[in-house]
Design a protein around this ligand. Structure first.
Ligand code: UDP
Ligand code: MG
Length: 307
């Protein structure tokens, strides 16, 4: 029998845990050669998630849980699950059933065919807001153009990893975790499965706009230094323009044509003041990342676990 660990981050997901356990249990009833365990990671939930998990664990030996000391965020919760899971295969998926367990047999089949990593790309269902779809596609476009890893739009954190992929992942000690990029960066034999995401079963999305923007920003700054070089390109561009403008100003001075300066002066100052602050901010955010990394803090703290 081969052991499959399923890592499920849960932040205020009390209504979904039982359901997802039973769905996964059903799937594995039909998979003869595989045993499963579920590693739930309670990411500092404020509802009854922990109680539900303890109850589930007391009834089913396959249920394991890790409780964080506070909310560390989705990516860290998945990371913790990967660090602790012991299966020969590890699958990470969301708790809200948007990642359908029925895909698991197909993923495992691909692994049997020799792929080390089976990741999934979601097509959004019609019900998902236009705004979320557009912002998400925009993000993947920017990320792909800025960074060295190519991420397909709709990449999700529903994936199957071979033990050797997980072991390599464990050696990556980044303080900002962006799993989609890290996994892509690692290489190995990867296979993509396309699927249509289901509706969230219970509760509401935990990714508000703020978290989404943060996530996007981490994704870009963790995988690219191109924003840092943007200053140089802008510098060349504006120097080029000034080379055209300066002769005109000299000519106007010599020819003593009346030049009214106030409006253009203010505009230039405000504009370049803004550009410079943005560039400083970009440099600052990389500096901040280095600072965070240098502190060598653990990326998450476990309050309790049952294994
Ligand atoms: N999640 C988490 N910590 C957080 C936010 C989310 O562990 O701070 C989990 C959440 O419980 C779910 C998964 O991450 O299992 C994806 O979150 P969600 O479904 O809210 O995101 P969406 O599908 O709306 O992008
Ligand atoms: Mg979801």
């Amino acid at each position: 029998m081969k052991q499959v660990s399923i890592v499920i981050p849960a932040y205020n997901e009390e209504g979904n845990l039982e359901k997802i356990f039973h769905e996964i249990d059903l799937v594995f009833n039909n998979l003869e050669d595989y045993n499963f365990e579920i590693v739930f990671v309670n990411d500092g939930s404020r509802d009854n998630t922990q109680a539900v998990l303890e109850d589930l664990a007391s009834k089913h030996a396959e249920v394991k849980y890790i409780e964080f000391s506070r909310n560390f965020g989705h990516q860290f919760a998945v990371k913790a699950g990967l660090d602790e899971a012991e299966g020969q295969l590890v699958i990470s998926m969301d708790a809200d059933l948007q990642h359908p367990p029925r895909l698991i047999p197909e993923m495992i089949k691909k692994w049997e065919e020799g792929y080390d990593l089976v990741y999934t790309i979601r097509k959004y269902p019609k019900e998902i807001s236009f705004f979320k779809k557009k912002t998400s596609n925009f993000f993947y476009k920017i990320l792909s153009s800025l960074s060295d890893v190519e991420l397909e739009k709709g990449s999700s954190d529903f994936r199957l990893m071979d033990r050797k992929v997980v072991d390599n992942m464990k050696t990556m000690s980044e303080s900002d975790v962006f799993l989609r990029g890290m996994v892509k960066w690692m290489g190995f034999r990867q296979y993509a499965i396309h699927f249509e995401a289901d509706q969230r079963f219970s509760g509401s999305s935990k990714y508000d706009l703020n978290k989404m923007l943060k996530f996007a920003f981490t994704g870009i700054t963790s995988f690219s230094v191109k924003p840092l070089y943007m200053a140089a390109y802008l510098g060349f561009f504006f120097s080029g323009i000034s080379l055209l403008y300066i002769p005109y100003v000299i000519y106007a001075f010599i020819a003593k044509t009346e030049i009214s300066g106030w409006a253009s002066l203010i505009m230039t100052i405000v504009f370049f003041g803004g550009v410079q602050l943005i560039i400083l901010g970009i440099i600052g955010s990389y500096l901040g990342k280095m600072f965070k990394q240098l502190k060598h803090r653990p990326t998450y703290i476990i309050r309790s676990k049952n294994f």
